[in-house]
Design a binder for this molecule. Structure first.
Ligand SMILES: Nc1ncnc2c1ncn2[C@@H]1O[C@H](COP(=O)(O)OP(=O)(O)OP(=O)(O)O)[C@@H](O)[C@H]1O
Ligand code: SF4
Ligand SMILES: [Mg+2]
Length: 433
């Protein structure tokens, strides 16, 4: 049995209306029947564009949102059915690392206080001295100096703060860490360092990860299996290499064609699928295949019959009525508008492999994706000064909104998934372009 198994998980949010009486007038089908397995010691990468339900799924696993239906079986126990008191015990073993490292750390607490409160709540360490020793050990593991203990979140760079977020999860000795967009707020150069750190920690501590990202390039190198999510459900799942070598679902092909290749010549020649339109609203998802309103190969059947995620061999699963025909080149495009050209992802994958083989071994295991924007992370990622001088100027105003997580449970902690993301539309544009 896998360490974590999701079976038919649904999270539907009621849409209420009315001044005097709160009437439920519909539902947001944020997660609508996801089944997946995460093996112990492995990494499952979950990708999909903004609003497809990735965070809601992660929060559903930890019961930070109510699960409408389905099972979340962790180490043989269905968490979906556990009373809240018992669930608290399990939360220590399932931790979450959030996208916004600053927003998820209380600006009024120093690092020792942030890291020890969860330990105290879960009875780890007999006193503060013992907890401090453990925290020092974990800080060293995540590459932060001991003098970080007495400092405050705003004194660190973005990359360092994410290391603190990882340390906060690690001090509770979890089995599973759900990393929700762990690097998307960081500069590209720092992203690679944090991803590599996660990999090293997984090896040394035997951790199991569910890594959520909107960017296939981020999960590629860390994931054993990748699941591609579209509008609340999985459309494709495969071992990482197989997915990159031959994506079968039109949506995955489109996502893949947006991953830049680290060679300008190959990049220039590369063909792309440019999806038209935004993700439809999860409050009113299209009938049939949910991707049919954007799929370049959509047929009549697609608008009425919902395809089921089916294993087409070697653990490669796809939810498309016409995956075989598309792969064989037997299906005509039905939606030429907006498509520059249809990508041959296999060709790109092999060209990419050639480029990687030819290039000298990069310092990081994650390929450069784009020129790193000039930002604080690149400049301040070096460990904090020995004298404890602030590493960055931080953003105290933003930090003000952060909220302490008193029992160390990976609940809101200021990283409020319910709050609208200020740059959601910008991210969406970047993801589908
Ligand atoms: N508490 C809530 N009440 C109602 N709708 C919600 C709630 N939380 C999330 N949603 C909706 O559910 C859908 C999925 O949201 P979610 O945050 O899981 O997406 P995501 O894939 O993580 O996106 P992103 O990449 O932008 O983080 C969105 O349409 C969102 O507006
Ligand atoms: S089922 Fe139809 S609409 Fe859906 S991905 Fe396949 S071809 Fe496209
Ligand atoms: Mg999210």
């Amino acid at each position: 049995m896998s360490l974590l198994e999701l079976d038919g998980v649904k999270v539907h949010f009621p849409v209420k209306k009315g001044i005097l009486f709160d009437r439920t007038v519909g539902h947001v089908y944020a997660v609508d029947g996801v089944s997946l397995k995460v093996e112990a010691g492995q990494t499952y990468g979950l990708v999909g564009e903004s609003g497809c339900g990735k965070t809601t799924l992660g929060r559903g696993v930890l019961r930070l949102v109510d699960i409408t239906d389905g099972e979340v079986v962790f180490d043989g126990t269905d968490l979906a059915k556990l009373p809240e008191e018992e669930m608290r015990r399990y939360r220590r073993r399932l931790q979450m690392v959030f996208q916004d490292p600053l927003g998820s750390l209380n600006p009024r607490q120093n690092i020792e206080s942030i890291l020890s409160e969860g330990m105290a709540a879960h009875g780890i360490g007999k006193d503060q001295d013992e907890r401090r020793e453990k925290i020092k050990e974990i800080l060293a593991k995540v590459g932060l100096p001991t003098n970080a203990l007495s400092r405050y979140p705003h004194e660190f760079s973005g990359g360092q703060r994410q290391r603190i977020g990882i340390a906060r999860a690690l001090v509770l000795e979890p089995d599973v860490i759900i990393c929700d967009e762990p690097v998307s707020a960081l500069d590209v150069s720092v992203q690679a360092q944090v991803i590599n750190l996660l990999e090293e920690l997984q090896e040394s501590l035997g951790l199991t990860y569910l890594v959520i990202a909107h960017d296939l390039a981020v999960v590629r190198h860390i994931s054993d299996v990748i699941g591609v999510m579209y509008l609340g459900s999985l459309v494709e799942e495969a071992p990482s290499d197989a997915l990159y070598a031959g994506p079968k679902h039109p949506y995955t092909k489109a996502l893949m064609s947006a991953v830049p290749v680290p060679d300008p010549e190959v990049e220039d020649r590369r063909e792309r699928i440019l999806l038209q339109g935004d993700l439809p609203s999860p409050a009113n998802p299209p009938a049939g295949c949910r991707f049919h309103t954007r799929c370049p190969w959509a047929q009549d059947k697609c608008a009425v019959e919902r395809p089921v995620l089916t294993d087409v061999g070697d653990g490669h699963k796809v939810a498309c009525h016409f995956a075989a025909e598309i792969e064989a080149g037997e299906l005509e495009l039905t939606r030429p508008t907006g498509i520059e050209a249809v990508v041959s992802t296999e060709a790109v994958a092999s060209q990419e492999a050639e480029v990687e083989d030819a290039a000298p071994e990069p310092a990081s295991k994650v390929p450069a994706q784009a020129p790193a924007p000039k930002g604080e992370d690149a400049e301040h990622e070096a460990p904090a000064d020995e004298d404890g001088a602030p590493a960055t100027d931080g953003d105290a105003a933003a930090a003000e909104s952060a909220d302490a997580d008193a029992d160390g449970d990976p609940s809101e902690s200021g990283a409020d998934a319910d709050a609208p993301e200020p740059d959601a539309s910008a991210k969406k544009a970047g993801r589908t372009a």
